[in-house]
Design a protein around this ligand. Structure first.
Ligand SMILES: [Zn+2]
Length: 138
């Protein structure tokens, strides 16, 4: 019997087997997961980005629903950020990043969410770096 047909016939069995295997070795598998994904991503970056763009184009309504759901969940989990963001909306941002001078993807950066009116203009990249540094210091 060809492997494919054999697999089709015993699909449920395999699925159950894989599930049990995963549950039994969860810790080990989860430890390896991000590493594999990262390596795979670095190797196939261009292809993955292209594929994602295609997917968004052809599934725009599903993507929008998922995006909205994600935003809602984010707002529920980070209420102080949302309040700070809405207060800071009134403040105009500068026309370039205050760290590197880039004019692309400009964002408002809060140093503290309990002081929502103190912001700086940063590009997306420097913004990420700032937040990662703060996270590391804590
Ligand atoms: Zn920058």
């Amino acid at each position: 019997m060809p492997i494919k047909k054999y697999y089709q016939k015993n699909k449920e069995h395999y699925r159950e087997y894989n599930k049990q295997y995963y549950l039994k070795n969860k810790k080990e598998i989860d430890k390896q997961k991000p590493k594999y994904n990262k390596r795979y991503y670095e190797k196939n970056k261009k292809e993955i980005i292209k594929r994602n763009k295609e997917y968004v184009k052809t599934h725009i309504s599903e993507v929008r629903i998922a995006r909205r759901r994600r935003q809602k969940r984010y707002a529920l989990n980070n209420p102080e950020k949302i309040i700070a963001q809405s207060k800071a909306k009134k403040i105009k941002i500068k026309n370039k990043c205050e760290i590197c001078g880039s004019k692309k993807r400009l964002q408002r950066h809060h140093w503290r969410y309990d002081k929502p009116l103190i912001i700086n203009t940063l590009c997306g990249y420097c913004h990420n770096v700032q937040h990662n540094q703060v996270l590391k210091e804590i």
